[in-house]
Design a binder for this molecule. Structure first.
Ligand SMILES: N[C@@H](CCC(=O)N[C@@H](CS)C(=O)NCC(=O)O)C(=O)O
Length: 198
């Protein structure tokens, strides 16, 4: 399988992390997601949004969106539950990640670490504020729990981990969220774990 990838992208990291757990070798094609003038022609016809990650299966079929790719690759593995309700709970966290975490922590990280353009300071502070609100919700859920769903490590943890473990790069300290911090360490200790820079 071929992954259209960007080394700095948390969304792409989710896919690389699950593939590592599953022992799947991915061929990787790098896309520059920092230079906004880059037309990303290699993604033409693969993803209408011309964003990564995009996974090209061995039979040529194409899948975009990190959550969809995680759901597809995890099928039949221990990283997604069999029980329909528990699967729906996993999906609940995938949606939470896309709506509450990635657009806030991910964008704050992008602005602070990579932006090559001027942006209003209010944009950064509003993203950080919304990111902190999401972390408060995550903290409440993780208090007294090891993992997000049914005490089993799953793609819900993988998706949520991606931008949360790098919160410092978004200008947010996880020390204020002790249950989240403990969970971050537990996720990093799972067999087959790789760092974003690996
Ligand atoms: N919802 C998408 C978001 C994908 C996304 O935002 N990808 C970024 C890298 S993290 C990208 O390709 N940025 C380049 C651009 O938007 O032009 C997912 O979860 O896969």
């Amino acid at each position: 399988m071929l992954l259209h990838d960007a080394p700095v992208s948390g969304n792409c990291y989710k896919v690389r992390l699950l593939a590592s757990h599953l022992g799947i070798e991915l061929e990787r094609v790098e896309t520059d997601v920092i230079d906004r003038s880059n037309p990303r022609e290699s993604l033409n016809g693969l993803n209408p949004m011309r964003q990564v990650p995009v996974l090209v299966l061995d039979d040529g079929r194409v899948l975009a969106e990190s959550g969809a790719i995680l759901l597809y690759l995890a099928e039949g593995s221990g990283y997604i539950p069999d029980d329909p309700f528990h699967r729906a709970q996993v999906t609940q966290w995938l949606f939470f990640e896309q709506h509450e975490l990635e657009p806030n922590l991910g964008v704050a990280r992008f602005l602070l670490q990579f932006a090559q353009f001027e942006y209003p300071p209010r944009l950064l502070s509003s993203k950080q504020h919304a990111g902190r609100e999401a972390l408060v919700a995550l903290e409440a859920h993780l208090t007294g729990r090891r993992f997000l769903v049914e005490e089993e490590y799953s793609i819900a943890d993988i998706a949520v981990y991606a931008y949360v473990h790098m919160a410092q790069e978004s200008g947010i300290e996880l020390i204020d969220y002790p249950a989240v911090l403990e969970w971050v360490l537990l996720v990093a200790a799972q067999p087959g774990h790789i760092r974003i820079s690996q």
